[in-house]
Design a protein around this ligand. Sequence first.
Ligand code: DX5
Ligand code: ZN
Length: 216
Amino acid sequence: MIAPSLLSADFGHLASNIEMLNESRCDWFHLDVMDGVFVPNISFGFPVMEAIKQFAKKPLDVHLMIVQPEKFIDQVKSLGAHVMNVHQEACPHLHRVLQQIKDAGMKAGVTLNPSTPIGSIEDILELADIVMLMSVNPGFGGQQFIAHTIDKTCRLRALIDQKKLSTLIEIDGGVSRLNAAQLYDAGADILVAGSAVFRAPSPIDEIDLIKNATLA
Ligand code: DX5
Ligand code: ZN
């Protein structure tokens, strides 16, 4: 699956960008919320996501790069989000937060920064519908893919399979048609792509190219 990140969209023409994605083969819309505290940047919040929701015809994958994400479970639910992704590093009570997200009727995603080991979520893996591995340090689009994510994806896949779980693996940061096949082969299920899609001459064609790369 492909989830384009709207962080790299043209915010002056958000509606037409979303309508273009509605016509593409992308699967989810990835929404990056940054608070300037958990990450050194601020992106957008609920008013903008409400506007996105008006046009979006695909499930919303909300990635909260914020401290205390548990405060916003009800608001993310009201948005109609399919997935609420919280960072392991932002949640001292991760077990409780994931359960609360599921109780609210959303898919619970837990995200790991590049420096956070897989072992840190081993004990709550049963509760996670999705584990998202950051393949850049969160905060900005357009950064270079951290190659060590390939090996990390293999190790996470092995752990999920060993536990006989159906947890999906999502990869976020620096994803393009150049590394999509490697990530897919390593066990990734969902690829987030921001700049690779929106900086391409034809974002719709680029989504096809990324998808087709995983089938080669
Ligand atoms: C980074 C965000 C990503 C970002 C991906 O902090 O979480 O979703 O938008 O953008 P690219 O694909 O350009 O790395
Ligand atoms: Zn993201």
